[in-house]
Design a protein around this ligand. Structure first.
Ligand code: GLU
Length: 469
């Protein structure tokens, strides 16, 4: 590694919920920093005042914390008075605008949106790639003053140097080369005085000492412009790694349709942060590590050279597999925290703990635990025609024997099973299936013995008796 200390960053715009694609970029950035014992910076790109919302920022911070991606600098961790919200960094941008203006590298542009659209259309019609035509590039000072006096507020454009080759090596996409002549002069400051993305994003990376920019590969083509700016300012270039897009399992943009698209949705459904991190870690990042790793383990195993270029696919079923593994490794206290709320409040502490112990290995999400709580503590489950037929085939004697055993021995499984065997001579599936269905309303689930140990005795007896008459 060339850099003395690796500094990475995540630079979200608080204009919506934290999408899983962005969460993956954040995770990779965090892992890269941790892998090298470096620093991870969180910068909030909220220059778009209309679309940025404080509640999205609050939620974003909570989502990152939930994932365990602590930042070494950023909102709430401001060393030396540095601000990490771009909306508070105007002074810094003004300084760099002034530097570029003094060097003659910016010029005011008065072209209206309509004029720009027409110019773009004309270029496209002529079969040329559209770019700024340079209309205001050489305006005389007197013309600039006249337009200003007329009340027009200009944008500021960067004067792209001619005849240059812009080259960089992307850690994912390899060598890239662009001709500056293909790049039109671009806006660095909007008419309202706010910095454009290209500018504030590049300047902040350099000003914050970021050495490695990991970001979505939709930004790959922005890089040459940002490098031109950094070069013009004499600021250091970071190393870039443009990470592939995250799609749904069917290859289309990830959305609710795929089960979940945001961190909030996963969190609210009871997915565990470590399961999410382990799944995201494997999406478009190949690793010989096949088991669940804690975040530190993921950091050790992360290798930026193992990031793929192809879009990665998010699969809820794979996340479920990780969730199952993480759930199995949880401590009793963690499992109670995760599932305890699924039990009705009327159930006592000791009972709730036993419930969690019995159920935890059989569920992926708290909503399933809640269904089991309903089976155990709720009314006798109604059976659909198929299950009802199965139970009825077992016969009344079967259930009369079972109910009699409960009356005598309580909800213990062994005497119940012995009594059924003695009465009707069945074993195997012919015994277990009808019994389980009558008691739980389902053909599958956790082991019956522990399940019955949770169920009130009267409820067990009632569920059996209804098929004995
Ligand atoms: N705010 C930009 C985004 O969310 C950041 C892009 C970048 O990481 O450079 O797309």
């Amino acid at each position: 590694m060339l850099h003395a200390q690796v500094v990475t960053r995540f630079a979200p715009s608080p204009t919506g919920e934290l999408h899983l694609g962005n969460a993956r970029t954040a995770l990779f950035s965090w892992l890269l920093a941790r892998h090298h014992g470096g620093r991870f910076v969180l910068r909030i790109e909220d220059t778009d005042a209309e679309r940025s919302r404080p509640q999205f920022l609050t939620q974003l911070l909570a989502d990152l914390e939930w994932l365990g991606l602590a930042w070494d600098a950023g909102p709430g961790v401001e060393a030396d008075g540095v601000k990490y919200l771009q909306s508070q960094r105007d002074e810094i941008y003004r300084h760099y605008f002034a530097t570029l203006t003094a060097a003659g590298q910016l010029y005011p542009c008065f072209c209206s949106p309509l004029e720009l659209t027409l110019s773009r259309k004309a270029q496209l019609a002529a079969g040329r790639p559209p770019r700024y035509a340079g209309t205001c590039r050489n305006l005389a000072a007197a013309d600039v003053d006249r337009k200003r006096d007329g009340g027009l507020e200009p944008t500021l454009r960067f004067r792209v140097p001619t005849g240059q080759s812009i080259e960089f090596v992307d850690l994912v996409h390899g060598e890239h080369r662009y001709a500056s002549d293909d790049i039109g002069d671009f806006i660095v400051r909007r008419a309202d005085g706010s910095p454009a993305f290209f500018f504030s994003n590049a300047v902040d990376d350099a000003a914050m000492g970021v050495t490695h920019v990991l970001r979505g590969d939709d930004h790959l083509t922005n890089t040459p412009r940002q490098l031109l700016l950094l070069d013009a300012l004499g600021m250091p270039r970071p190393t870039y790694a443009h990470v592939s897009l995250l799609t749904g399992a069917d290859g289309t943009p990830l959305s609710k349709r795929h089960g979940a698209a945001s961190v909030r949705e996963l969190r609210e459904r009871g997915y565990l942060p470590l399961a999410v991190a382990n799944h995201l870690f494997r999406l478009g990042h190949s690793s010989p590590e096949t088991g669940v790793l804690l975040l530190d383990g993921l950091a050790k195993a992360f290798d930026v050279r193992h990031l793929g270029r192809a879009p990665a696919r998010f699969e809820l079923s794979q996340l479920d597999a990780w969730q199952r593994q993480v759930a199995h490794q949880m401590s009793t206290a963690e499992a109670e925290e995760w599932l305890g709320k699924s039990v009705p409040a009327t159930v006592g502490d000791a009972e709730r703990q036993r419930f969690v112990e019995v159920i935890r290995l059989n569920v992926v999400l708290p909503e399933e635990a809640a269904r089991w709580a309903e089976v155990i503590y709720g009314a006798a489950p109604a059976l659909g025609p198929e299950l009802l037929a199965l139970v009825q085939t077992a016969g009344r004697e079967f259930f009369a024997a079972a109910a009699a055993s409960v009356a005598q021995h309580g909800g213990e499984l062994k005497p119940m099973v012995d009594a059924i065997r003695a009465a009707v001579g069945v074993k195997g599936a012919a015994l277990w299936k009808p019994l389980r269905i009558a008691l739980t309303g389902r053909a599958d689930g956790p082991e019956l013995g522990p399940l019955l140990s949770l169920m009130p005795r009267a409820a067990i007896e009632e569920r059996l008796r209804r098929f004995a008459a």
